[in-house]
Design a protein around this ligand. Structure first.
Ligand code: DX5
Ligand code: ZN
Length: 224
């Protein structure tokens, strides 16, 4: 099933509730929340208080993408604040297995994320543990960057491994997804499509979300 996950990184933070509502009216069904610490990535965003505030304005799952060092220190706080899904970067976790277990024991779905420079093989030993894998199609840190097409072979590979090994994780793709790229992402096997700039960067978030979802669904129908 194809889902659109609007990323609030490009939303108007002074009107977050309204913006989330607008994107969900256009079919956004997961709220993607980018958490950055200024160390793992060269940017700073938000922490648990904003997740707690979002929890009050939407019933949609809150998908917290942690781009932070030492995520174990903060996972309980994000879970407590109302996160439903928590993903951590393979590159940031010395003990990825332990961290994924910590997410699950906090009653959240657990995701593992790989940067454009990280091969799928780095996740081989945890694919039976994760609820979803997030493939970054830009280098994390900022919204509005250009999609890196060379990351799509990893989406295909993850779909292949899943069927070969009889696993059940979902495949999320994040970065540079817009009307001109969403089709190839879906055809490669992307199922949860994160979009920030394409939803909130210009115009009406409801219409933008509708348009993206329509393009994604059409591409999914053409995929055998
Ligand atoms: C990038 C973030 C993305 C970002 C995507 O570090 O993880 O979620 O918001 O934004 P767009 O869709 O603008 O590339
Ligand atoms: Zn993200």
């Amino acid at each position: 099933m194809i889902e659109l996950a609007p990323s609030i990184l490009s939303a108007d933070f002074a009107r977050l509730g309204e913006q989330v509502r607008a994107a969900s009216e256009g079919g956004g069904s997961v709220v993607h929340v980018d958490i950055m610490d200024g160390h793992f990535v060269p940017n700073l965003t938000i922490g648990p208080p904003v997740v707690k505030a979002l929890r009050k304005v939407t019933k949609l799952p809150l998908d917290c993408h942690l781009m932070i060092e030492n995520p174990d220190e903060f996972i309980p706080a994000f879970a407590e604040a109302g996160a439903d899904w928590i993903s951590v970067h393979q590159e940031a976790c010395r003990h990825l297995n332990r961290t994924l277990h910590l997410i699950k024991s906090s009653n959240c779905l657990a995701g593992a994320v790989i940067n454009p420079a990280t091969p799928v093989e780095m996740l081989a030993e945890v694919l039976d543990l994760v609820d979803y894998v997030l493939v970054m199609s830009v280098n994390p840190g900022f919204g509005g960057q250009k999609f890196i097409p060379g990351t799509l072979h990893k989406v295909r590979r993850l779909a292949e491994i899943r069927s070969q090994r009889g696993l059940h994780y979902r495949i999320e793709v994040d970065g540079g997804i817009a009307l001109d790229t969403v089709g190839e992402v879906v055809r490669a096997g992307g199922e949860i499509l994160v979009a920030g700039n394409a939803v909130f960067g210009h115009g009406d978030p409801t219409k933008n979300a509708e348009g993206l979802l329509k393009a994604a669904t059409e591409a999914a129908m053409l995929k055998v």
